[in-house]
Design a protein around this ligand. Structure first.
Ligand SMILES: [Zn+2]
Length: 227
């Protein structure tokens, strides 16, 4: 009985450790099961020889949507330009816009999604969260999501703190908030992937992160429909 309890405890510990390192998520992706070999040899042999092993994950485990900031060798800016010129930006469907903006951080891990949520500062219900919060230590490089012109780089009086707005043309804008410092000025043209700022926690923010917004004709939309 004692042995069983000990073994069970060790198993749980391993599961928690996997979740904490993010390795747990690599096994959920097809074709990468072999990567578990680095985690634990017993599980690795099971993964290689048998059916997909059950993956333990704490309910609180962070879902990691990691991807590279520059993810394609094609010309993503001309793809975006074509999309924006082909039709009114307001009528573009997610199936067309998905993937046309580049990641504003090297690693995108959602801390708080776009849409209605409990306000993290006031605890109030039903607050509309105008952007997507991504995990970012203060001082992390922030990239322009696409080519465009900087139309604002300054203090946002409504909570954004140090904020940059990039106009991509045809009614599409992206904004970057709570920054610790700027690398660009108003009027400057930027290329996709340029480091335009360092992340921070200025303005209405409970800790270091990047609040990223996508605006279509002045209205915020879910950034995940464009990333
Ligand atoms: Zn936010």
């Amino acid at each position: 009985m004692a042995d069983f309890a000990a073994a069970s405890g060790a198993g749980q510990k391993a599961g928690v450790a996997l979740a904490a390192t993010g390795l747990i998520l690599t096994v959920a992706m097809p074709g990468t099961g072999a990567l578990t070999a680095t985690a634990e040899s017993n599980q690795a042999s099971a993964a290689l020889t048998g059916t997909q092993p059950e993956i333990p994950a704490a309910a609180s485990a962070t879902i990691d949507f990691s991807r590279a900031a520059v993810s394609t060798t094609a010309d993503p800016d001309s793809k975006l330009k074509q999309l924006l010129s082909a039709q009114s930006v307001g009528s573009i469907k997610t199936s067309s816009s998905k993937g046309t903006l580049g990641a504003p951080l090297d690693t995108l891990t959602t801390a708080s999604p776009f849409g209605y949520r409990v306000n993290p500062i006031t605890g109030g219900l039903g607050e509309f969260h105008r952007g997507q919060d991504f995990v970012a230590q203060c001082g992390t490089q922030v990239h322009a999501a696409a080519a465009g012109k900087v139309t604002f780089a300054g203090w946002h009086p409504y909570g954004g703190g140090n904020r940059i707005v990039v106009d991509h043309g045809n009614g599409l804008e992206t904004t970057y908030n709570h920054l610790s410092s700027f690398n660009v000025q108003v009027g400057q043209t930027v290329n996709r992937g340029d480091v335009i700022a360092l992340s921070g926690t200025t303005g209405a923010s409970t800790g270091c992160h990047l609040h990223f917004e996508v605006m279509v004709n002045g209205d915020v939309v879910d950034p995940l429909g464009w990333l």
